[in-house]
Design a protein. Sequence first.
Length: 282
Amino acid sequence: MSNPNPFVVLGLNSQVLRSLNDEQIAGLVKSQYRALQMIYHPDSPSGSEKKSRELNEAYSLLENPETYQLFKKNFLKPSQRGVKERNLESAVQEANLRSDKAISVFLNYVSKATEENSIYNLAPCNLRMLDSVSQSNISTLTKIIHRDGCKNLFYELNLKRNGQITRRKGKTTMDLPNKRLIGAISPETIREYGSIPNVLRLAQDVVTPDNLLDIRLNRQNKLVGRTKEVRYASPIISMQDFKQLSPLLTPIVEEGSCLISLNTKEEPIFEIDGQVVEITKK
């Protein structure tokens, strides 16, 4: 035979054979052999003695149980090219799904941008905020947040109609000309993940001493020692890491939301502003 594999000589397809059992393959081999011999038999007008002989040899090899299993195994083994093609096809499909999802998330974001409580229509107002990142880091060090410590975690953001933002903490007021609110993580999403630190874990490598995903407070006033494995949450997220959080963003701001802003000072970065405690419209 010019081609060593008898399945190829009989014009059979490996994809079809993978879905058949041995009995079904044997029936397909026999019917294919007979059909081709009617065309290539020397007594036929379009016959070919050489081709007819190759068909006989191929059929004979596939009738023998030992050679049948050998050629079947080699014929049905995926080629390296086939594996690469399938991997490429799978990668393209996955990329298309990610692209479709990203477009869907973006369109959903835009569709809500005109609502009254979106970040684009929220000003002028005051937002009483809780520095949830510092809160989670304090609770990592101690099992209780002292009352005095809690007071230092609250501050206010004043959103002006012209887009400017002022931050007031205690008696100190600071203008933030480079800060722009871009969205929020909803209370529902925070509950789904268990806590704000859990949400941040999508973009940051945060590890607590007990290695728990959910940071819980214990009423015992007992210190938890620092360990080398502890990695604290940060209010700053790089452009690269932010893409892990972006699918969760919504323009809708409500009490319990976690605000996200873009700071364009020097190198642009994203910031976690904390959790909205109260919204006061002006």
